[in-house]
Design a protein around this ligand. Structure first.
Ligand code: PMP
Length: 310
């Protein structure tokens, strides 16, 4: 059988094309859902798919759901088993992206969280590079500020908050850039539209702390660990000013979709002459080795999935 995108909806596996929900679904109208993005990366040499830090993604999903007073109907073990089965049923032999979601599923109008039934869904699709990482990306400071925790719980991956990211991303792309960097209301660097940001100066790595309105990324944590363990470079979590990025030695972004993406310019100021800097290059290599099962000591981040023989 040929490979096809698959979904898990209302407790059943089915082709994505057949997975339908009502146009009155509460989450569609009010952004009342939380979600994750999990990658399964294809190692062509060993012909093996590796899910990256799946359990950590489900732990974050549970916390996001908790913030919106929702519960997951499955345990962490059941979620992991479901994901493996979803991928096996889909049968792809390439890079994949799994999108689990807890959403207010009732056919109900009325803006509120309480008294509205919720449900869980997931699907898997093939998904390659999100940002062009060959040679680095060009980013611009957005006129849109990253949502404040006083408006929306920014530590939770809430669908509704992504209008903030969408506005910033579209503004950046239509102006000829690859990605946006958002400041918080204090005017400090927060993050990209779907990525965390790092800068490197004099051999030290810096990244904004969690209370500068970032979504605390799983890729961010992985890169901090790789830098410390493999390169002996500590990461300092501290507030970063916009112009610090302009004159930094190196700048890069991290995210499930974006992996480790070098930044070659910020607001038209080139970074390291537009070339990927030496520490970014090493981190990029370490990260790709880790996610493809080629870096000893990081196997606990991976869940191998046999996805048929092709
Ligand atoms: N910030 C935002 C707004 C995001 O959407 C993402 C992607 N989930 C990230 C940061 C990076 O998080 P992670 O590394 O866990 O994918």
């Amino acid at each position: 059988m040929s490979a096809q995108p698959m979904a898990y909806l209302q407790g059943e596996f089915l082709p994505l094309a057949d997975a339908k929900i009502s146009i009155m679904t509460h989450a569609l109208h009010y952004g009342t859902a939380v979600f994750e993005g999990i990658r399964a990366n294809w190692n062509a040499e060993s012909e093996q798919l590796y899910l990256f830090r799946m359990r950590e993604h489900y732990e974050r999903l549970r916390k996001s759901a908790h913030a919106l007073m929702m519960e997951l109907p499955l345990s962490d073990d059941e979620l992991c088993e479901m994901t493996i089965e979803l991928i096996q049923r889909a049968g792809f032999r390439e890079d994949l992206y799994v999108r689990p979601m807890v959403y207010k599923s009732a056919d109900a109008l009325g803006v509120r969280l309480h008294g509205i039934a919720e449900d869980f869904l997931a699907f898997v699709i093939p998904w390659g590079a999100y940002l062009d990482t060959e040679g680095g990306v060009h980013v611009v400071t957005s006129s849109w500020r990253r949502s404040e925790d006083t408006s929306i719980p920014v530590r939770a991956k809430v669908t509704g908050v992504y209008i903030n990211s969408a506005l910033a991303k579209t503004e950046a792309e239509t102006a000829g850039f690859d990605e946006a960097i958002m400041l918080n209301d204090d005017g400090h660097v927060s993050e990209g539209s779907g990525e965390n940001i790092f800068m490197i100066n004099d051999g030290v790595i810096y990244t904004p702390p969690s209370n500068d309105n970032i979504l605390v990324g799983i890729t961010r944590a992985s890169v901090i660990e790789l830098a410390e363990q493999e390169l002996g470079i500590p990461t300092v979590e501290r507030t970063i000013d916009r112009s610090e990025l302009w004159i930094a030695d190196e700048v890069f972004m991290t995210g499930t979709a974006a992996h480790v993406t070098p930044i070659s310019s910020v607001d038209r100021r080139s970074i390291n002459g537009g070339e990927t800097g030496p520490i970014t290059a090493q981190l990029e290599r370490l990260y790709f080795d880790a996610i493809l099962g080629r870096l000893e000591g990081y196997e606990h981040w991976l869940t191998p999935v046999d996805s048929g023989s092709g």
